[in-house]
Design a protein around this ligand. Structure first.
Ligand code: NAD
Length: 543
């Protein structure tokens, strides 16, 4: 029972710690890395708050030290999924009618646990399980995750305050109900923050959730699940059901109570899920909400007025940070002939200085790619370029999986703007550059717009303002997150709401009010003070 309008202060983005030599956070993080590595843990499913151990098990290893086992994962199948659906529907009875301010209190507390006592655990588990550097872990497993939790609570409060007009004698209200049924959250390996956001944003809105983490990031995700319990999340509200795609997805999507999917991952998986939902549409009690953010073939387009030094730094960070495994990573680039020699020289000089290796050595800029499969996929693109007549590898190209899945930062130069690596998502540290003649600027803009089916992020570099305006107009549909003289990665919650278009997803902007609205189903309520006494209207009276 609410006896007041509760106010949520506009949050601030979480500041990042530096982990520079001599800082206390650096020492604490190193301690936590040592502690986590010292024992292999069991990762069970968590259904109705209970740990569930299964017969289907797999090893969780460190991608940059693949001989080191971090955990044994217990994977779910149909039996566990049915248990989780039952638990979620039972939990819904209390959770869906819990006042919103009581619900958000739990997630705001979770944010403070992420940035407080759990910060080192979230960062260290992300470094070990997903091979992120200290900086890459800090900005997302601590910073972005806390931002999602704090800002979503604030967005929800704003939505609750949005009410319709009431003329005299009538009271109109809108209440924001959770969806009837359960939400399926399916997360990718590459961001602990995204994995945490996908189940919590619907849950904050009063929904109950089955969360299927990626088996490649289950280590950090499991710690977050434990953190939610400490924050006070009631049993059954979010059920943690790791496992192989179809083993979990098929029984979930066969339930009549499935009411929405909150997905981030690749296009083929999303297309498969969407098709399955379409095939099952007759069995669902409600039309499911489908929210999915998918892949990218993100571009950097330079004009000949570009600041070359700024372009070099942006290119290096956007293409190679986290081994190019960000959905927003720059993977194709257009450079005019007139600035190419200088840009090439400066870029290659810097690429040569990038250190790749164990993320526990803080001097490394890059770690390993996530898995054996990723290693094979990415290196097959490099081998393809090596053998092609219309492309050459001008930096990197080496890879080595003896100890971990390491791939050097690689730059391909092509004379073919439709070359395979200009079109397809690689999801690794591979950048392909096409050099255009300055006179072909306009036609190359068209080419960039039409080369890939994706439209996630894109960046332009130019100092000429007329040109900036022209490029901005031309690329209106080419990117959901568009950057001017800035790298196309590193979106911040409440600053650059994130999501693409075309084949990059439904563009429901993670970490925004737009996204929260997708997990609510409004009910309009009209109440009259004095009821009419006659059913006839005045126009019916005799003249
Ligand atoms: P993926 O498609 O391999 O897997 C995504 C998730 O789907 C995983 O949890 C996986 O286990 C699950 N899955 C697979 N088959 C399933 C099925 N039949 N039923 C239910 N779940 C199933 O993607 P990934 O390799 O983990 O992530 C990388 C991809 O994610 C890239 O394409 C990247 O661009 C994209 N991504 C997009 C964004 C964005 O905001 N647009 C953000 C991060 C990652």
């Amino acid at each position: 029972m609410s006896n007041a309008y509760f106010h949520i202060q506009e949050p601030k983005n979480e500041p990042y710690l530096s982990y520079a030599p001599g800082t206390p956070e650096r020492e604490q993080l190193k301690e936590k890395l040592k502690e986590l590595k010292s024992e292999a843990i069991e990762i069970p499913a968590i259904i109705n708050g209970q740990e569930v151990y299964t017969e289907t098990r797999s090893d969780v290893v460190i991608p940059h030290n693949r001989g080191h086992k971090l955990a044994t994962l217990h994977q779910c199948g149909e039996k566990e999924i049915n248990m989780a659906i039952e638990a979620a529907l039972e939990a819904q009875k209390k959770w869906a009618v819990m006042p919103w301010e009581e619900r958000v209190a739990i997630f705001r507390r979770a944010a403070d646990l992420v940035t407080g006592p759990w910060r080192n655990t979230m960062n260290a588990s992300t470094m070990l399980g997903q091979s992120k550097t200290a900086h890459q872990a800090e900005i997302e497993a601590a910073g972005e995750l806390a931002d999602f939790l704090r800002f979503n609570a604030w967005f929800l409060a704003k939505i609750m305050n949005e009410q319709p007009h009431s003329p005299d004698g009538v009271w109109n209200r809108v209440e924001y109900r959770p969806l009837e049924g359960f939400v399926f959250a399916v997360s990718p390996f590459n961001f602990t923050a995204i994995a945490g956001n996908l189940p919590t944003s619907p849950a904050m809105c009063g929904n109950v959730v089955l969360w299927k983490p990626s088996t490649d990031s289950v280590y950090s995700n499991y710690f977050f699940m434990k953190l939610l319990k400490e924050a006070g999340l009631p049993d059954g509200v979010i059920n943690f059901v790791p496992g192989r795609g179809g083993a979990v997805g098929d029984p979930v999507l066969a339930s009549p109570h499935f009411s929405g999917i909150h997905y981030t991952g690749s296009v083929p998986t999303f297309n498969h899920l969407w098709k399955t939902i379409g095939q099952n549409i007759d069995i669902y009690k409600t039309y499911p909400r489908i929210v999915g953010e998918t892949g990218g073939k993100d571009f950097i387009f330079a004009h000949n007025s570009a600041n070359i030094d700024a372009l070099v730094v942006a290119t290096l960070r956007a293409a190679f940070e986290y081994q190019g495994q960000k959905c927003s990573a720059a993977s194709r680039m257009y450079v005019p002939d007139s600035i190419w020699p200088e840009f090439r020289e400066k870029l290659l000089a810097e690429v040569g200085q990038i250190k790749v290796g164990d993320v526990e050595d803080f001097t490394n800029f890059m770690g390993a790619v996530i898995s054996r499969k990723a290693f094979s996929d990415i290196t097959s693109f490099i081998d393809y370029a090596e053998a092609a007549d219309d492309a050459e590898i001008i930096a990197g190209g080496n890879y080595d999986d003896a100890k971990g899945f390491f791939i050097d930062p690689t730059v391909i130069l092509t004379t073919n703007p439709k070359f395979k690596t200009m079109e397809e998502e690689i999801f690794g540290p591979v950048l392909t550059i096409f050099v255009y003649q300055d006179d072909d600027f306009e036609t190359t803009l068209d080419l960039c717009d039409q080369t890939s089916p994706f439209a996630l992020t894109g960046a332009i570099f130019a100092e000429d303002r007329y040109v900036i305006k022209k490029m901005s107009d031309k690329f209106r549909q080419a990117a959901g997150n568009f950057y001017i003289n800035e790298k196309p990665t590193g979106a911040v919650v409440n600053q650059q709401p994130f999501g693409g278009a075309r084949k990059s997803g439904t563009n429901d902007k993670a970490g925004s009010l737009i996204n929260m609205l997708r997990w609510l189903s409004a009910r309009s309520i009209k109440e009259v003070s004095v009821a009419p006494k006659d059913w006839r209207y005045p126009f019916m009276d005799a003249e």
